[in-house]
Ligand binder design. Sequence first.
Ligand code: NAD
Ligand code: ZN
Length: 399
Amino acid sequence: MQKLEQRFSIQYAFPVFFTRDIFDVDNQLFASVLMEAGEKCHNILCIIDSGVLAHDSTLYSRVEKYAAVHSEIMQLCNIVTISGGEACKTKPQVIDSIIQHIHDNRLCRQSFVLVIGGGAVLDAGGYAAAIAHRGLRLIRMPTTVLAQNDAGVGVKNGINAMGRKNFLGTFAPPFAVINDFNFLESLPPRELRAGMAEAVKVALIKDSSFFDSLYEQRRQLASFESQSMEQMIHQCAALHIHHIGTQGDPFEFGSARPLDFGHWSAHKLEEMTDSILHHGEAVSIGISLDSLYSYHKGMIGSGDLERIFTILKDLGLPLYHQALADIDVDTALHEFQEHLGGELAITLLTGIGSKKEVNRIDTNLMKRCIEELGLRFHGKNATAGDEYGNSVPMYGVLN
Ligand SMILES: NC(=O)c1ccc[n+]([C@@H]2O[C@H](COP(=O)([O-])OP(=O)(O)OC[C@H]3O[C@@H](n4cnc5c(N)ncnc54)[C@H](O)[C@@H]3O)[C@@H](O)[C@H]2O)c1
Ligand SMILES: [Zn+2]
């Protein structure tokens, strides 16, 4: 037998900035980020979420003006708008059109793709940027709470295919992430709330004092007070970054995926409701379910369980959806196992701020937990539309 061995390692590092008014011509941050790639003029393709543009009609011209003022460091090749929300991850034409723009503008591996948008647009733009020429430099500018505190600060992207969530995607660390809090000013309350579910999630699995502070601040968060929101986003992003960077498996070769706490049912709910339930809302329901299961397994006490239900409820997040009753638990777990690769690994709670991976779920107990959630949280105050005209899924929010 003959054997050759290839071995090398690559160090990845990227900054995550927090700022305001990133395209004010006097804000040097964006120019200085580009400067890190060399003091020359960099080609940039800019992709913007239509939902952001709809509320911020001057964004387009501010980007253009910023590029003109900083022309020594950036050449803006084009600004492309793609429709925001989950649909952009589901239509292959969206990816094709971004790749077409990369081609038409003769961008190379050293060019930049700047994506401004929610988690869905970041995922779609990031995926296209990662596969064209096997990877262009990506700068993410997340514009939702969920994208600023979670989706935008990680190392992966993904689009939906075969009727499955994130079936295609790559691990591709960005060049930089810039969180501009001003973008959140136009975000509808429903989206502001949805992103908080990921903060509750990461607090529950990693940091009891962060959970305590979220719990204490829940009324301020529910009314979107900017200081509480910014602290929540900063700490949530920091915990995600820290976890990805220090837990030894940034590219998820193993099966354990603690940051996916509550996500096995969340992914299924998003699929089953055709994304009527948004990601953060589905995660909130998934957290409720897996917390209740942890309780029935004797892993957390009733006091902890009630605090979890209370914070989600007080933040205005859903704890149940009727589609949960239709989940085929065995199939959903099996699909999640496929998504993880290897054996099933479901994260459960052993307390607030501590977790345990299990490889087996008692599906009968899980089904009973779904029934119990339904009895407690279904139907009360269910509503057909919120103040923004979104159709809101039927779910119960306790008073
Ligand atoms: N890659 C990852 O690691 C990762 C992690 C978590 C979630 N995700 C993905 O993120 C997606 C969810 O992201 P999301 O919660 O940001 O929702 P989203 O991207 O679906 O956006 C929600 C809505 O808000 C609009 N919007 C975005 N920014 C706005 C703004 N500033 N003002 C007004 N409207 C705005 C969008 O157009 C869209 O209609 C899911 O597809 C999920 O799978 C990815
Ligand atoms: Zn998530």
